[in-house]
Design a binder for this molecule. Structure first.
Ligand code: ADP
Ligand code: MG
Length: 232
């Protein structure tokens, strides 16, 4: 139980939230060595420009609000920003979009984030079984999980062997192995993320749900671009 993690839980509870904001969830991931995109939370458009320059273009802006769980659906995510003008426009646009779709939403800031190159997307999740405690889920992102429900589960904690089995037993595994000239994805990087997530949910039993969705997997390494945590 790291101090930083409990502080984030405390903060959320004080505000009467059981849903952690993306920057909070990603900070917790970082504490456990789970790779995430670089990010800062801006309170003004000029601050967002400053952070984008620090992080480097292309950049992504996202809404940070306890009242917005699905950010993309309310126009709260804008990708591929390449200049200070892009950042200023997107900053304004996101606030407008959120105001239109969810007028009552409380805005905590705008997340400025490194844009991860697109690649094969996987998801790692955790839910709590009332009888067996935390369980881990793995699958490939997008249609594989949403339409085909091609996912696999294990009760936590998992071993390295379990993690490897989870990855190879989904039907979409051949895609990770590489096909038609596509390079193979870094399976070891996914194994590490599964093991670290297992440790995280075992250490913090107050986590009811966790979603790393999606994680971009590369020839070498992987990066979580969105993280969600819900507390009991
Ligand atoms: P939501 O709250 O709607 O799930 P996400 O943060 O997952 O919002 O963003 C929606 C989609 O935008 C993601 O599924 C991913 O495809 C893309 N995306 C988000 N952040 C990044 C990023 N930093 N780099 C690259 N793509 C991203
Ligand atoms: Mg997402």
């Amino acid at each position: 139980m790291t101090e930083k993690v409990s502080k984030i839980f405390e903060e959320a509870r004080k505000e009467g939230r059981n849903y952690l904001l993306e920057p909070e969830a990603k900070t917790i991931c970082m504490e456990y060595g789970i790779p995430v995109t670089k990010f800062r939370v801006a309170k003004t458009a000029e601050e967002a420009v400053k952070f984008a320059e620090e992080i480097g273009y292309p950049t992504v802006l996202k809404i940070v609000s306890p009242d917005v769980i699905h950010k993309f659906d309310v126009g709260g995510v804008i990708l591929s920003l390449k200049s200070p003008e892009d950042i200023r426009d997107a900053y304004k646009k996101i606030l407008e979009n959120v105001k239109k779709h969810k007028p009552e939403a409380k805005v905590k800031g705008i997340l400025v984030q490194e844009m991860a190159p697109s690649s094969t997307e996987v998801i790692v999740g955790s839910t709590k079984d009332p009888q067996f405690g935390p369980a881990l889920m793995f699958g490939l992102g997008g249609i594989f999980v949403e339409v085909l429900k091609d996912v696999t589960f294990r009760i936590a904690p998992i071993t390295e062997q379990d993690a490897r089995e989870m990855i190879t037993e989904v039907k979409a595994y051949p895609i990770l192995k590489g096909y038609r000239g596509q390079p193979p994805a870094d399976i070891d990087a996914i194994v590490k993320i599964l093991l670290k997530t297992s440790k995280l949910v075992m250490d913090h039993q107050e986590i009811k749900e966790l979603d790393l969705n999606p994680i971009m997997v590369y020839k070498k390494g992987a990066k979580t671009v969105d993280a969600r945590i819900i507390l009991e």
